[in-house]
Design a protein around this ligand. Sequence first.
Ligand SMILES: Cc1ncc(C[n+]2csc(CCOP(=O)(O)OP(=O)(O)O)c2C)c(N)n1
Length: 344
Amino acid sequence: MGLPISQTLAPDGELVAAHDFTPEDLRGFHRDLVLARRIDSEAFALQRHGELGLWAPMLGQEAAQIGSGRALAPNDFVFPSYREHAVAWCRGLDPALLLGLFRGTSLGGWDPAQYGYALPAIIIGAQTLHAVGYGIGLTLEGKEDAVVTYFGDGATSQGDTNEAFAWAASYHAPVVFFCQNNHYAISIPLERQTRVPIAQRAAGFGFEGVRVDGNDVLAVHQVTSEALAKARSGGGPTLIEAVTYRMGAHTTSDDPSRYRDPHEADAWAERDPLLRLRTLLERTDPGFAEFDARVQAEADELGAHLRDVCRNLPDPDLAELFEHVYADLPPELVAQREEVRSWS
Ligand SMILES: Cc1ncc(C[n+]2csc(CCOP(=O)(O)OP(=O)(O)O)c2C)c(N)n1
């Protein structure tokens, strides 16, 4: 039913549509995908070693994140959920900055204004409203930048997300809603979230929805670039549904074997976003093996950096909990802060 799924690079590494990427662009995507996967697998291992309290893996979703993240301009602003580690990478964050929250040593870890990348939203869908508010603000200030907000298929059932769609449509806000349809909201499958494809729901709010193969970095880049250009030039919001799959667990506390057919995961492993670009490059780029070896060495260095920074993250002063919300703390919170200080 409904909208077609855009695809440029098929799972077998064949190009099925024209594109404008240079050989260097393709290498850049490969590098990003490999390094993003390393950030994720390294953080996962750190959690298993007891160095992080939790991690939300993005295994399988790298192309959706790199394809869209690399389409952003420096002045665009991103409102992520908690799983967009590769988008953070595209925004120039040192991935080590992502670890403090998951180690429990920081309440965020970076200045959103510096990177155009907000702190993670753990409340499902909350960030979609933040994005629309920010987008309406941009319009009022006469700026021609775009806002992107990332969320999952489960978030489309939240009231906040539906409110965000309604506000963005009626205010013609320059917002790209980027849904990574990874097929599960923890254990709840997509079929329980919606009776129609997610992208199709945009029409009911009065704006365009597009579906793209979320494991195809080239097609994702293309549709996101178009949606961003439209937003910046006053064309209003777009809902992008990147059809992908969460190959791992929801978080390191989850056991997907309790609710998922293993054959389903095997079928998606054949659509691995890294493999298809690698297959294309191995066939078409004569110097690829050498380039790839350099990328793998870079990944090893990045892994060592993450382990090193993670293990040396300083324990925070508990009283820091009281910072960053109020300019002037109300008296009852001053009293609580003093009580917390007396514990150490
Ligand atoms: C408002 C709210 N309700 C429930 C939760 C608990 N919760 C955490 S993750 C999650 C599933 C989210 O699924 P989805 O939106 O598809 O994103 P994904 O984790 O798959 O990327 C839920 C229900 C929450 N964090 N916030």
